[in-house]
Design a protein around this ligand. Structure first.
Ligand code: KIV
Ligand code: ZN
Length: 524
């Protein structure tokens, strides 16, 4: 059998994905995500844009130290200081990639860069050559590639390769192209650039017209061999091509796309949940591959067909993407051992004893309150223990009482550990959640904007645990906190406190001078 072409999966969840408004992730979350991406089989992980902020630098640096198989990559504009910073962040890895880019479309060159075509051309030679001083793995991107004149693009690609780039990425920066046009762009580059055989051609498609995955696959079929994508399709504006969709399309329609990726598809669901939790961006129910309903069959005709033969309405199995049928597994008589085994089967192999003990305690409480304990419940309470276990937390909820109902203003009474000091307060509010958040504010005075407050049930039933996500903003920085509990109000308090703890950590880590630089750099 002929060997299938390998498609390199370049994940940019931690860079382009984090550029989604409000999707910032903490260092710990980024490290946790990159470890899962490593296990998932992602070939290249774009871990951040090191010059953009101290936080980005630290994340790229930390990630470059923990990856086992995936190649870490950092982004750099055509500026020597960007490339230097990128190298500084990546240098701990035995292999790493520097990804440098400049716009090549008439619109961007004139209005954004204020540079002529000649100046951009010269800049490519200078900066790709410069990046090659640090690594033999250099990727070059022509930003706004799909609105670039094709003759000019071919000249720039040829020069980038001559200067040392071995991956050439063609971004559809504004999500403007359509599959037939993108096919022509990739084919033209392959046919007209004389040294193209010395580089891998890559796609980077945005989803403004909902075509990012279709365009990426068209690019592959035309000869591209790397796809840049993100988990859950997060990214600037409408996002990027979704990794899970690209990979499952190649796998499911291998008759039409006889390629292979190194992705362990059984970890797709786990990666999706992790990214959703870290960003606070819920996955839409009908999202392909990883949505809650992606494998649900509601209509009688479909259910009947499924019972007769699953192939009637199922083009891939839920198991192939790591979705298990909801199982009723544990009860109040289950012991520590069974609980530990369960955690391993759910993918939590390397938890500390403290976290397992904390989660087990919560499981026992939950099993007493709730008739059925599902896998999703256990996942939610372990994730919760991971957040609350953080020894660096400045604020810890000690107790909460809420008086709600008709007739009188809602009131909350709260006791909080604030940096080791126990403080209590009672506040009324427009509803119980408002009263709770006011208590937190009076016990730990702060001034943040609440950008998102979201509740969803982990499983079905009125006794289900609620997961609450809270996103707060302070001086342009955002953090997301999440918590789960059968009591929605307790989960609300803990989610807000988790977001505040992260914000406190962020404040401590960001030097004021670098903060200003961050704001400037983000405006690329
Ligand atoms: O969309 C884009 O053009 C980018 C580049 C930096 C590759 O993200
Ligand atoms: Zn992009």
């Amino acid at each position: 059998m002929a060997k299938k072409d390998k498609i390199f999966i370049f994940d940019t969840t931690l860079r382009d994905g984090e550029q989604s408004p409000g999707a910032s992730m903490s260092l710990e979350e980024k490290i946790q995500i990159s470890r899962v991406f490593d296990d998932l089989g992602v070939d290249i992980i774009e871990a951040g844009f090191p010059i953009a902020s101290p936080g980005d630098f630290e994340a790229v640096s930390a990630i470059s130290k923990v990856l086992k198989k995936s190649i870490p990559c950092g982004l750099a504009r055509h500026l020597k200081k960007d490339i230097d910073r990128c190298y500084e962040a990546l240098k701990h890895a035995s292999r790493f990639r520097i990804h440098t880019f400049i716009s090549t479309s008439p619109l961007h060159m004139k209005h954004k860069l204020n540079m002529t075509t000649e100046q951009v051309y010269d800049s490519i030679k200078e900066h790709v050559t410069y990046a090659r001083n640090f690594t033999d793995d250099v990727e070059w991107s022509c930003e706004d590639g799909t609105r670039t004149d094709m003759d000019y693009m071919c000249k720039t690609v040829e020069l980038a390769i001559k200067s040392g780039a071995n991956t050439i990425n063609i971004p559809d920066t504004v999500g403007y192209t359509v599959p037939s046009e993108f096919t022509k762009i990739i084919e033209t580059i392959l046919n007209k650039v004389p040294n193209i055989d010395k580089a891998i051609l890559s796609t980077h498609c945005h989803n403004d017209l909902g075509l990012a995955v279709a365009n990426s696959l068209a690019g592959l079929q035309a000869g591209a061999r790397q796809i840049e994508c993100t988990i859950n399709g997060i990214g600037e504006r409408a996002g990027n091509a979704a990794l899970e969709e690209v990979v499952m399309a190649i796998r499911t329609r291998n008759d039409l796309m006889p390629y292979e990726t190194g992705i362990n598809t059984k970890l797709l669901s786990k990666a999706s949940k992790l990214v959703s939790n870290a960003t606070g961006f819920p996955v839409q129910f009908n999202k392909a591959i990883v949505g809650k309903n992606a494998f649900a069959h509601e209509s009688g005709i479909h259910q009947d067909g499924m019972l007769k033969n699953r192939n009637t309405y199922e083009i891939m199995t839920p198991e192939s993407v790591g979705v298990k049928q909801t199982s009723l597994v544990m009860g109040k008589h289950s012991g520590r051992h069974a609980f530990k085994d369960k955690l391993i089967s759910l993918g939590y192999a390397d938890l500390t004893d403290d976290i397992i003990e904390n989660a087990f305690g919560k499981f026992k409480v939950l099993a007493d309150k709730k008739k059925h304990v599902y896998d999703e419940d256990i996942t939610a309470l372990v994730d919760d223990s991971l957040v609350l276990d953080n020894k660096a937390n400045n604020l810890v909820l000690k107790s909460l009482k809420v008086f709600a109902g008709t007739g009188e203003p809602q009131r909350a009474e709260m006791t909080l550990d604030v940096n080791g000091q126990i403080k209590s307060s009672s506040e009324t509010g427009d509803g119980p959640v408002d009263a709770i958040f006011k208590c937190i504010k009076s016990l730990y005075p702060h001034d943040v904007n609440l950008q998102l407050y979201q509740v969803h049930a982990v499983t079905e039933g009125t006794d289900a645990q609620a997961t609450v996500s809270v996103r707060i903003e302070e001086n342009g920085k955002t953090t997301v906190g999440q918590a789960a509990d059968t009591d929605t109000l307790v989960a609300s308090a803990n989610a807000y406190i988790a977001a505040l703890n992260k914000m406190i950590l962020k404040r401590e880590k960001t030097a004021p001078m670098m903060e200003q630089q961050e704001e400037k750099m983000r405006g690329i």
